[in-house]
Design a protein around this ligand. Structure first.
Ligand SMILES: Nc1nc2c(ncn2[C@@H]2O[C@H](COP(=O)(O)OP(=O)(O)OP(=O)(O)O)[C@@H](O)[C@H]2O)c(=O)[nH]1
Ligand SMILES: C[S@@+](CC[C@H](N)C(=O)[O-])C[C@H]1O[C@@H](n2cnc3c(N)ncnc32)[C@H](O)[C@@H]1O
Ligand code: SF4
Ligand code: SF4
Length: 381
């Protein structure tokens, strides 16, 4: 196989020393690729745009972001064909879930055409991939039908409050909660399954909405997940005292409504599951379940099986990475499938990332002063 050099690159930062992946480690018989810590590659998260119509304080704070961040020009974005080709090669190495994210993925024009192409791909065992999308819901009412028809399996909608005023404090936009709820209802009406709602909890800003949100979604079949506010990126001014540990979320909920712990559905899941209990104290499936994502207080790097592809084709191995691998350069340089696969297997094979587990031992101000980390809106959740 011809020798190819893949530069490792930071987002708008100098190119670092080149690495070579000429000999790919051989995958396990099932097609599973293991990283240096024995973790399989299962989930590819694809960011399709770095733009967003919201300015959530924990993600793209208006005053900092709009002054300092330079959005990528359209020509830098991977085309739908390039995303589909990369996804096909990842699926050949054990990936089962493809998640479209951003920025706001529904701002990418004709996204349903990408969904249509991805829905035709197959995993190593011949199944359709779990093809899903994370959205702020603002355009979902309009787009749900086209996305479902194109083959999207399910959707996750972010919503941080049921009150317009609190919602505005979280996302800095004058956008009614009702419109997001309409989006969720539209997704349900067109038959998108297993709808989840993600709520980032910021102590002192929206934590009083935990119970109202739980009551609202209990018994609807929609799974509400409470996410600890993370020190991701370098612009959100993260402070530990604004994190409400998931253990306290569960305490507040169980003080009013009984919950029982549920087993994980798959290894490497981000959320710990809890089921609403019925009168007999056991999980009542008709009431549904909630999840807590405790990235700060109970890190889950040990079985992290997620790779992330940026909208310009850089491969990141961790949400907290500051360097990505330039796959677009390979593609546009005429690399064969075998060469791109060798790069993917080589990159994953040397992966050691476990930022959240190591966080506690890092300097307290790492979030804001550390290396130039990627922003959540650039790489998606
Ligand atoms: N620290 C850390 N947080 C993550 C990671 N993956 C997801 N999260 C956080 O969890 C949130 C929810 O992730 P989702 O995009 O809904 O994905 P998911 O939990 O894999 O969703 P399902 O496929 O429905 O299980 C994200 O917005 C992040 O805040 C990760 O690998 N590391
Ligand atoms: C970056 S957004 C991209 C998709 C879409 N715009 C949305 O909001 O759903 C993906 C997820 O990341 C979450 N997120 C963003 N910043 C976060 C932070 N600092 N801590 C925890 N979750 C965060 C959001 O709440 C959202 O659920
Ligand atoms: S969390 Fe999503 S909706 Fe909010 S600013 Fe980030 S990308 Fe936009
Ligand atoms: S911090 Fe990095 S390694 Fe740990 S779970 Fe998140 S993405 Fe995976």
């Amino acid at each position: 196989m011809a020798e190819r050099v893949i530069p490792i690159v930071d987002h708008r930062a100098p190119v670092l020393s080149p690495s070579r992946f000429t000999q790919a480690p051989s995958p396990a018989p099932s097609g599973t690729l293991l990283d240096a810590r024995g973790r399989p590659l299962r989930d590819l998260r694809i960011s399709v745009t770095d733009r967003c119509n919201f300015r959530c304080s924990y993600c793209m704070p208006k005053e900092v972001f709009d002054k300092h961040y330079q959005y990528l020009p359209h020509g830098d974005l991977l085309s739908f064909e390039e995303i589909t080709r990369i996804s096909r090669l990842f699926l050949a190495h054990g990936v089962r879930k493809l998640r479209l994210t951003g920025g706001e993925p529904l701002l990418r024009k004709h996204l349903e055409r990408l969904v249509e192409q991805l829905a035709l791909l197959r995993t190593v065992d011949g199944r359709a991939p779990d093809l899903t999308l994370t959205t702020n819901g603002s355009l979902l009412a309009r787009k749900a039908r086209a996305l479902k028809d194109a083959g999207l399996s399910r959707v996750t909608v972010s919503l941080d409050s049921l009150q317009d005023e609190v919602f505005r404090r979280m996302n800095d936009m004058d956008f009614p909660v009702r419109a997001v709820l309409d989006g969720i209802e539209a997704a349900h009406a067109v038959g998108l399954e297993h709808i989840k709602v993600n709520m980032v909890v910021k102590r002192g800003t929206n934590d009083h909405e935990i119970l109202p949100m739980a009551r609202h979604f209990r018994g609807t079949g929609i799974t509400l997940r409470f996410i600890e506010y993370m020190d991701v990126g370098a612009t959100n001014g993260w402070r530990m005292d604004e994190v409400l540990p998931s253990a306290q979320v569960i305490e507040r909920l169980t003080a009013e409504l009984p919950l029982v712990p549920l087993a994980a559905t798959a290894p490497g899941e981000t959320a710990k599951r809890w089921g609403w209990a019925g009168a007999d104290g056991r999980h009542d499936p008709s009431l549904g379940e909630i999840g807590v994502i405790s990235s700060v207080t109970q890190a889950f790097c040990g079985d992290c099986n997620r790779a992330r592809l940026s909208m310009e084709g850089r491969l990141y191995l961790c949400l907290f990475a500051s360097q990505g691998w330039d796959l677009r350069g390979l593609l546009r340089g005429g690399a064969s499938d075998a060469e791109v696969e060798a790069a993917i297997t080589g990159i994953w094979g040397q992966r050691e990332d476990r930022y959240s587990e190591l966080r506690a031992s890092l300097p307290a101000d790492t979030a804001q002063t550390g290396k130039r980390r990627i922003e959540m809106s650039y790489i998606g959740g």
